[in-house]
Design a protein around this ligand. Structure first.
Ligand code: FES
Length: 160
C-alpha cells in the first residue's frame, strides 16, 4: 500500500515536532497513533527515513506496546483494566470474556471494524474496580453477566 501525499505530510510534520528531542520515538509514535489512527509498516518507513531510526527498532516498539496498533482501530475501543486493583477484582476474567465473545485477542480488532480490545494498566478508577472504558466512557464494577449486554448496546447503536 502506498501512502497518500497528505498522510506523508502529516507524518513528516509530526517527526519535525520532536526533531530536537534526544529520544523522540515514543513521542512521535504517540502522536501518529492519535492523529493517523494506526502505525502500519508504510508509516514506520516514513518515520525511519525522516529520523534515521531503523525500521526494525520502530517495529519493535510498535509491536511491544499494545496502545500502538499496526491496523486501524475499531469504531469502539474497549479498554479492559488489568491493573492491580482491577486484577484482584476479576479484571482478567472480564478481559477474557470480551475476548471470547468478540473472538479477538487484546490488541486486535473485529473483522467488521466495530470493536478493538485492549488490556489497560490502570484507568485511574481503581475504587470502582473492575473497570473498563469504551471510547472514554468508564463502566464501573463490571460483572461477567453484563458483558453481553454491553456489547449488544454498541451493536444496537449500529442498527439504528
Ligand atoms: S487498576 Fe483498574 S482502574 Fe486502576
Amino acid at each position: 500500500m502506498t501512502l497518500r501525499t497528505e498522510a506523508v505530510t502529516m507524518i513528516v510534520d509530526i517527526c519535525n515536532r520532536y526533531k530536537n528531542e534526544p529520544s523522540p520515538l515514543m513521542l512521535i509514535l504517540a502522536d501518529v497513533q492519535r492523529e493517523y489512527g494506526y502505525i502500519p509498516l508504510e508509516v514506520q518507513e516514513v518515520i525511519a527515513a525522516k529520523t534515521g531510526i531503523p525500521v526494525s527498532e520502530i517495529y519493535g516498539v510498535v509491536t511491544f506496546y499494545n496502545f500502538f496498533s499496526l491496523v486501524p482501530k475499531g469504531k469502539y475501543v474497549i479498554g479492559c483494566c488489568i491493573g492491580t486493583a482491577c486484577y484482584v477484582k476479576g479484571g482478567q476474567n472480564v478481559l477474557d470474556k470480551f475476548s471470547e465473545l468478540l473472538k479477538i485477542k487484546p490488541g486486535q480488532t473485529t473483522t467488521d471494524g466495530l470493536f478493538s480490545l485492549d488490556a489497560i494498566r490502570c484507568l485511574g478508577a481503581c475504587g470502582i474496580a473492575p473497570a473498563i472504558s469504551i471510547n472514554g466512557k468508564v463502566y464501573p464494577k463490571v460483572t461477567l453477566g453484563e458483558i453481553p449486554n454491553i456489547i449488544k448496546e454498541y451493536r444496537d447503536k449500529e442498527m439504528k
